[in-house]
Write a protein that binds this ligand. Structure first.
Ligand code: NDP
Length: 296
């Protein structure tokens, strides 16, 4: 293996420490405690784990955590009423509605009902537009975490060829916008892309956000490239015992690490950075709401 392993867990810990220090200053100097409200509708087990982790880390950073768990059959009107209440609650600086929502709820409508200033996931159409036009916005947490790791690893990204595989609104598209903002030459690939292998081989920065276990093999990676693996895929792990599972990314880690200059592991790469960025966004939202200087 030749690649540097980008330690997202350690980096996330550093970000969380900085967030906690900022929270202490907000409390001591201004008497303000940032608050994050997380709304979970239904009982999706993966979502429950995410929400639990978010709540725990919010409290550990010294912030207030408000959890709202609603039954799967919650009506759209009731969910919108709760969001309305959170929008006007001065103790709540960030609102996150855990996705996916049950099928009878219109996700776009729900997300766009969040006050854009409290939209710490950065999915509100106003924040999407602000990001796309290079204006100050709330930046989606997963792509923000990826960008932070890339800057830390490479310094300036200017002029580099970046390929983002995946065009979802929550990862692929905002990732591409952020890379463009850092003056990369950006290609967005997806399921209809022709000769994906060749497209990937041109990438100085390769971001995989597909959701297909180990679909990008090492021979699609340009020698020396920086590889960011966003994918979280659960696959059977009979070696751990019957019925056991393990997590893998969208990149075949072992073969890609032979070729890449640097690569994020799964788990321990992008995942931990996502929650750290959520906490950072909540502090940013709190500072903006109170007319105070934002964290760097
Ligand atoms: P989506 O399913 O919304 O999007 C997947 C994208 O991959 C689509 O644009 C799709 O193309 C593309 N795609 C699918 N198959 C192929 C293929 N064979 N070749 C090329 N492109 C393909 O997923 P998300 O963006 O929500 O998530 C992607 C992955 O990232 C998942 O594994 C998810 O679990 C993980 N994730 C991790 C997070 C973290 O914190 N680490 C946070 C969020 C997501 P098309 O549009 O043409 O269908």
């Amino acid at each position: 293996m030749s690649a540097t392993i980008i330690d997202g867990k350690a980096f996330a810990e550093k970000v969380r420490t900085q967030v906690a220090a900022h929270v202490t200053r907000l409390k001591d100097e201004h008497g303000i405690t940032p608050g994050l409200a997380v709304v979970l509708v239904g009982e999706d087990p993966a979502s429950e784990v995410y929400v639990r982790n978010k709540g725990k880390q919010t409290l550990e950073a010294g912030m207030n955590s408000f959890e709202h768990k609603l039954p799967a059959e919650t009506s759209e009107a009731d969910l919108l009423a709760l969001i309305d209440q959170l929008n006007t609650d001065p103790a709540v600086h960030g609102i996150l509605v855990q996705l996916p929502l049950p099928a009878h709820l219109n996700s776009d409508l729900v997300i766009n009902s969040i006050d854009p200033a409290k939209d710490v996931d950065g999915f509100h159409i106003s924040n999407v537009g602000l990001l796309g036009t290079g204006q100050k916005s709330m930046v989606p947490c997963t792509p923000l975490g990826c960008l932070m790791m890339l800057r830390e690893q490479l310094g300036s990204l200017s002029g580099l060829n970046a390929v983002v595989v995946g065009r979802s609104n929550i990862v692929g598209k905002p990732m591409a916008q952020l890379l463009l903002g850092d003056s990369c030459t950006v290609t967005i690939a997806h399921s209809r892309t022709r000769d994906l292998a060749e497209v990937c081989r041109r990438a100085d920065i390769l971001v995989a956000a597909v959701g297909r276990p180990e679909m990008i093999p090492g021979d699609w990676v340009k020698p020396g490239a920086t590889v960011i693996d966003v994918g979280i895929n659960r696959i059977p792990a009979p070696e751990k015992g019957e019925g056991k599972m393990r997590l893998v990314g969208d990149v075949a880690f072992a073969s890609a690490a032979e070729v890449a200059g640097a690569i994020t592991p799964v788990p321990g790469g992008v995942g931990p950075m996502t929650i750290a960025c959520l906490l950072a966004n909540t502090v940013t939202a709190c500072c903006r709401a109170n007319g105070l200087a934002e964290p760097e």
